[in-house]
Design a binder for this molecule. Structure first.
Ligand code: DUC
Ligand code: ZN
Ligand code: ZN
Ligand code: ZN
Length: 484
């Protein structure tokens, strides 16, 4: 059976043109005028774009004494409702647990996915076992990205020696390290001090993680990656200090990528102040929301290309879970949702305001990350032979975001009451219509794991540091006698 998307305007990261798209066997088989198919999807007045890719989700993640509330079923259903057709989640070993063991757990969780998905592998501790298993993860499991937490001291955090060892291993394997860049030692110190002073509310979470904490760690990670000769992807870039480090590195020719979240682009630190406890706690995530200047910096980064990708870090906790932290902000589970709202919110606040063109929108929601993660043009493209992961986007369709109509399993939405203009008319996952005019027709278990090959550009065209500092044998005379 074939499907034709008729009468729309195709928008890719670099082209805008009118054409129909013919789909069969889950792939795009033809692009052109007046195409015919068994099933016809009317795209008049709409943009036909690559489905969104959210490279940063935490579905059913064990974290801070609980599990994030959206699993692969509700999470990918939310994704499709908002025009996202692929998610990349983090397989997270607890310290001491093997990588392959953790991966097995994520394989089991992901069987219910409605759309395609991939994993990043987290390195939460370091040992010969981790070193060895990294090779299997890359070569046999098709995972070419390794995530490192520079924060969450005493839990997930790895130190500089571990970062350096793991980054070098990534370089050998053609993999790319990712970092959660916050200085975990300083966060722990500031948190203890705030609590001791009686500052225990959710606003103290923001005080404990100022922009300098993120800027320092981002700079450090960039330098360590440079010394290891490997590219670097910085997740949830939230402030000017971190953006500045990334911008500078890129101007120096380093392959460093920054990923702002839709939450940081559109919500600011006022969410923590003059609000009731639940409102503020529901917005506790790391890094925290920032002020307007930082938001402007992130938008400028997307416009200029110094920041590459917009993600969500979707990690949803219910109000009940958030209340674990009443009386101690360090026990509020960190995380916010956004999977369903990323595309409509970015369209509304990016394209709708003139800050982004539709082509730039496609680049930062789909195509750039498909290239960075090495799954382009299977994903992130409207091309013959690509997977038919597509969104037929109606730029005139409007709604008010509200928890009562969302797909996510939690009882609130951080974007509650926000008006969006620009929503999917259809979302297709490998040719299957999963959303039609707001009506969901997802299929549990339809999602498949997307393998990603090692990256051949890794380790090349990076720093000259290795040559400059390689030990050289020095012939020296006149060495004074020791022990004088
Ligand atoms: N930040 C969050 O807010 N939640 C999940 C993990 C993270 O780094
Ligand atoms: Zn993080
Ligand atoms: Zn995260
Ligand atoms: Zn219709």
């Amino acid at each position: 059976m074939s499907t034709v998307i008729k009468g729309g305007t195709i928008v890719t990261a670099d082209l805008t043109y009118e054409a129909d798209v013919l789909i069969e066997g889950g792939q795009i088989i033809e692009i052109g005028r007046d195409l015919k198919g068994d099933e016809v999807l009317d795209a008049a007045g709409c943009y036909v774009m690559p489905g969104g890719i959210d490279p940063h989700t935490h579905l059913e993640m064990p974290f801070m004494g609980t599990y994030s509330s959206d699993d692969f079923e509700s999470g990918t259903r939310a994704a499709l409702a908002g025009g996202t057709t692929m998610v990349v989640d983090f397989a997270l070993p607890s310290p001491g647990q093997g990588l392959l063991d953790a991966l097995q757990m994520w394989d089991n969780k992901s069987t219910r996915a409605h759309c395609d998905y991939s994993f990043h592998m987290a390195v939460t501790w370091w040992s010969e076992q981790v070193f060895n298993e990294m090779e299997t993860v890359v070569r046999e499991r098709g995972i070419n990205t390794f995530k490192h937490f520079m924060a969450y001291k005493g839990a997930l955090m790895v130190n500089d020696d571990e970062l350096f060892a793991s980054f070098q291993r990534c370089a050998e394997l053609g993999a790319m390290p990712l970092v959660h860049a916050e200085n975990g030692d300083i966060v722990a110190d500031l948190s203890a001090r705030l609590l001791a002073e009686g500052n225990n509310g959710p606003e103290a979470h923001a005080y404990s993680r100022p922009p300098a904490v993120e800027g320092e760690a981002t700079n450090r990670a960039i330098m360590i990656a440079d010394m290891a000769g490997v590219p670097l992807y910085v997740v949830h870039t939230s402030c000017e200090e971190a953006h500045e480090a990334i911008r500078r590195a890129r101007m120096q020719g380093k392959r460093v990528y920054g990923e702002p979240l839709i939450q940081h682009l559109t919500l600011d630190e006022s969410e923590y102040f003059n609000q009731d406890w639940d409102h503020a706690a529901r917005r506790v995530m790391s890094p925290p929301f920032r002020n307007k200047q930082h938001q402007d910096s992130l938008w400028a980064g997307l416009q200029s290309g110094s920041l590459s990708v917009v993600a969500t870090d979707h990690c949803a906790f219910s109000t009940e879970q958030k209340r674990f932290g009443v009386g101690d902000f360090t026990k509020i589970p960190n995380g916010t949702g956004g999977l369903e709202d990323r595309m409509p919110m970015l369209w509304t606040h990016g394209v709708g305001t003139g800050r982004l063109t539709p082509n730039e929108f496609v680049a930062v929601t789909s195509t750039n990350i498909a290239k960075i993660l090495n799954c382009y043009p299977k994903k992130g493209a409207v091309l013959v032979g690509a997977d038919a992961d597509l969104v037929v986007w109606d730029p005139d369709k409007e709604k008010t975001i509200t928890a009562s109509s969302q797909q996510s399993a939690i009882d609130y939405n951080v974007f509650e009451g926000k008006q969006v203009k620009g929503l999917p008319r259809f979302t297709l996952t490998r040719g299957r219509v999963a959303v039609h005019d707001g009506e969901l027709r997802g299929q549990e278990g339809h999602g498949e794991f997307v393998k990603r090959e090692p990256n051949t550009s890794v380790g090349r065209a990076l720093s000259t540091w290795k040559e400059l500092t390689a030990p050289r044998k020095v012939e020296r005379t006149g060495i004074p006698a020791s022990g004088v």
